[in-house]
Design a protein. Structure first.
Length: 254
């Protein structure tokens, strides 16, 4: 049974926040968005944008049927290198205040503390995609660190290094940060309900800027909630059955 319309789930709030960043009129247009494996909330955000009748092509690497990537990441990297992917999502075991991400591990090389899943194509995607939204649900000092132990993909590069884009923002389970690549620094844009500037500073290992009054992250509109729980879930339930069951009480068809 789905939750009442008024009871916004945290995942729904995050999906709506990501959708607003995708649709940011000040950012380059996101005509073709790619979503990597195991990314249900970014996928929900992209499907929400599509269901709001915005012209966008969505390619899900994890899609179980009808996957446009018949050769998986090989084709994703090829499209990105050609400049045909406009926006991608990246996360990290560690993320620091310069938008560097660490997918290798902690401690001395080669990650003798905690081992993360590996960099894979993160550096290539970060450099070659015009827009990257960093996303990590966990917001704690162990994730958002002063400096990553190992740089899987740098947030900024020297002027002589070619790259098409940098991070646009970082969305966590507690807040939304905007990233300024010219200053290599985050600014707190909004806090989710129940959070404030003090709680964000206490749970963030890196320094950041903040306005005098920090807005609260808006809830999804009634239209967005209806789409998330209806048409978006319909699109997602085959590929992300556990997520749809947990958040919306929907099970995939047998």
């Amino acid at each position: 049974m789905s939750a009442p319309l008024a009871d916004v789930q945290p995942e729904e709030r995050l999906a709506a926040a990501l959708a607003r960043l995708i649709l940011d009129p000040a950012a380059p247009p996101a005509r073709h968005i790619a979503v990597g494996a195991a990314s249900p909330i970014p996928a929900a955000a992209c499907w929400l944008v599509s269901k709001l009748d915005r012209p966008v092509r969505l390619s899900l690497l994890h899609k179980r049927s009808g996957n446009p990537f018949t050769e998986g990441t090989r084709e994703l990297f090829d499209l990105t290198g050609q400049g045909r992917i406009d926006l991608f999502f990246l996360g990290g075991g560690q993320i620091d205040g310069q938008a560097n991400i660490n997918l290798i591990g902690t401690g001395e090389w080669p990650g003798q503390g905690v081992r993360f899943p590996g960099s894979f194509g993160s550096a290539f995607m970060y450099f070659m995609t015009p827009r990257t939204i960093l996303f990590r649900e966990e917001h704690s000092p162990r994730v958002l660190v002063p400096r990553v132990d190992h740089v899987s993909a740098p947030g900024v590069s020297p002027p002589e290094v070619f790259r098409r884009g940098t991070a646009q923002a970082l969305v966590t389970g507690r807040c939304v940060f905007r990233f300024d690549p010219a200053r290599a620094r985050f600014t707190l844009e909004s806090t989710h309900p129940g959070e404030n500037l003090a709680t964000i500073r206490a749970e963030t290992g890196f320094d950041f800027d903040a306005p005098a009054e920090v807005p609260v992250t808006p809830d999804p509109s009634p239209e967005e909630l209806a789409l998330l729980r209806g048409a978006v879930c319909d699109e997602m339930v085959e590929t992300y059955p556990e997520f749809c069951a947990r958040v919306w009480g929907r099970a995939a068809a047998a």
